[in-house]
Design a binder for this molecule. Structure first.
Ligand SMILES: C[C@@](CO)(OP(=O)(O)O)[C@H](O)COP(=O)(O)OP(=O)(O)OC[C@H]1O[C@@H](n2ccc(N)nc2=O)[C@H](O)[C@@H]1O
Ligand SMILES: Nc1ncnc2c1ncn2[C@@H]1O[C@H](COP(=O)(O)OP(=O)(O)O)[C@@H](O)[C@H]1O
Length: 317
């Protein structure tokens, strides 16, 4: 095959607890991540030239080396120089549907798709854990994006334990197009405001990990109960993002007031906010009602649902 078309789903954070500060500058986390139907389409093919080339239909997304998808291809070329020499360059086309800089892992899922696509294109036969290990060098959320579904993520987000699939959770998602929150800023501000000190050693980490509150969310997921899941949503980063971005707080409060909304939360480092709804019909109604309550053309809303997969091949030639 000379070309693969891949579906790269976004994620939301059903749970995000910051356990402590790590000496490497990252934060130790207890998260529960969920893939959603909102997805980008990534076409990966053997290039006409020997270069790596990225195209994207979204003006905000860079196409140079700062694009995480480009960096994923570059990583594969470095790790597998013989295959790179044999097949030549890689052409990557990104059809963006996931809002950019939204806390939805848009860049991470694109990078994950490129790893999976090049593995297929170059017939490397890498295992999921080998792909995840490569992904972790690109970003904390990349490993999750490969297999997707529902998973507990610990460490800096790259250590994964899969949970049973959730495929019938209906979600409305909202983001102001022009509003971006830097992930690094969110963590840095959290550290400055709530700094819960460096993790000293393995015992300290084990003690902190045993005190996390994600167990109730895990139980809710095992019960596959949307109401229970919605009541256990948690995100420590809201503590710094909501006070700094009143628009996000307003969005969060507007969602909370809507009939049919079981629970609402900011995703990741924001600024997108999602709401879990009773049904697809309710989700459509909530979308209309929030659009009426906040009549701002800068605000975009999506109705989507939980999905049980990460990167998926849509077609190949
Ligand atoms: C907040 C989360 C929640 O899922 O998602 P997003 O909002 O980005 O989607 C993730 O933790 C983001 O993951 P990702 O976007 O891959 O982060 P990375 O590129 O690895 O790191 C970006 C920056 O965030 C900070 N960072 C990230 C992860 C972590 N566990 N601790 C951190 O302190 C670091 O300052 C790092 O330089
Ligand atoms: N393939 C990509 N898709 C989207 N954004 C990208 C990509 N590569 C690099 N970026 C840059 O990464 C930043 C974070 O975007 P994104 O990954 O969508 O957000 P988040 O990390 O909040 O989920 C943006 O400023 C964007 O310019």
């Amino acid at each position: 095959m000379r070309s693969y078309s891949l579906i790269a789903p976004a994620k939301i954070n059903l749970y995000l607890e910051i356990i402590g500060d790590r000496p490497d500058g990252f934060h130790e986390l207890a998260m529960i991540l969920q893939s959603i139907g909102l997805a980008d389409r990534i076409d990966v093919k053997v290039g006409d030239t020997e270069a790596i080339r990225v195209r994207c239909n979204h003006p905000q997304v860079p196409t140079d080396k700062s694009n995480l998808a480009y960096r994923a291809a570059e990583l594969m070329a470095t790790e597998f120089p013989d295959a790179y020499a044999k097949y030549g360059g890689v052409d990557i086309a990104i059809a963006k549907h996931i809002p950019v800089a939204a806390g939805l892992a848009g860049g991470s899922t694109n990078a994950a798709a490129v790893l999976v696509g090049i593995d297929l294109l170059w017939q490397l036969g890498l295992t999921q854990s080998e792909l995840e290990e490569l992904g972790a060098t690109l970003g904390s959320d990349v490993p999750f994006c490969i297999a997707g579904g529902t998973a507990i993520a610990t460490g800096r987000g790259e250590q994964l334990s899969p949970l049973p699939s959730l495929d019938n959770i209906y979600i409305v998602l909202a983001k102001y197009r022009s509003l971006e929150v830097s992930t690094a800023w969110a963590y840095k501000t959290y550290r400055a405001s709530f700094g819960n000190s460096y993790i000293k050693d393995k015992e300290d980490l084990a003690a902190r990990a045993s005190a996390v509150h994600s167990g109730a969310m895990v139980k809710a997921i095992l019960h596959k109960d949307a109401t229970e899941i919605a009541s256990k949503l948690h995100n420590d980063l809201e503590k710094v993002v909501l006070p700094a971005y009143p628009q996000v707080l307003e969005l969060r409060e507007t969602f909370a007031k809507q009939e049919g909304v079981l629970g609402t939360m900011m995703s990741g480092s924001g600024p997108s906010v999602f709401a879990i709804c009773e049904s697809k019909e309710q989700a459509e109604k909530v979308k209309v009602n929030v659009t009426t309550a906040i009549p701002d053309p800068d605000l975009e809303l999506f109705v989507t649902q939980s999905v049980t997969h990460g990167i998926k091949v849509a077609s190949s030639i």
